[in-house]
Design a protein around this ligand. Structure first.
Ligand code: ATP
Ligand code: MG
Length: 143
């Protein structure tokens, strides 16, 4: 059986800061295999759909504004325990609360603009991967 997968997004602030390589290197050094990856500009409808679970929250408009403010880089990552390990690697939602050495602690400006997204469950990882990538864009035979 394939190792666990998660859906990561390098958010528009990560792309604007020219940190795609830096953050991707840290992800790979942590043992994740990239199974899909691309640069995309989300429409408002696409960002609203992706974060639909938060649509009643007060920050929803701000979140959609931010996620559509420039291109982002969704990627499917694979590793044993990928969902939890990737969330550990990026750190808490608010960089001020994130552990030292985590991606958000190192690179994020604030809770809204926090560099990276990670799925919060295996099932959501699968749904989110399918949101961005058709089946033929996800690699199943990588080493
Ligand atoms: P993500 O889903 O992006 O990986 P997360 O799971 O750590 O982040 P969620 O609670 O799912 O956090 O919130 C989704 C995103 O909404 C956060 O990453 C952040 O960009 C934004 N967000 C959450 N809470 C706030 C807030 N209080 N103010 C502004 N933005 C927020
Ligand atoms: Mg979340």
């Amino acid at each position: 059986m394939a190792a666990e997968r998660t859906l990561a997004i390098l958010k528009p602030d990560c792309v604007r800061k020219d940190l795609i390589g830096e953050v991707t290197r840290r992800i790979q050094e942590a043992g994740f295999k990239i199974r899909a990856m691309k640069l995309v500009q989300l429409s408002r409808a696409e960002a609203e759909g992706f974060y639909a679970v938060h649509k009643e929250r007060p920050f929803f408009g701000e979140l959609v504004d931010f996620m559509t403010s420039g291109p982002c880089v969704p990627m499917v990552l694979e590793k044993e325990n990928a969902v939890a390990d990737y969330r550990t690697l990026i750190g808490a939602t608010d960089p001020e609360e994130a552990a030292e050495g985590t991606i958000r602690k190192l690179f994020a400006d604030n809770k809204g603009q926090n560099i990276a997204h990670g799925s919060d469950s295996i099932e959501n990882g699968r749904l989110e991967a399918n949101y961005f990538f058709p089946e033929f864009e996800i690699i199943n035979n990588g080493g």
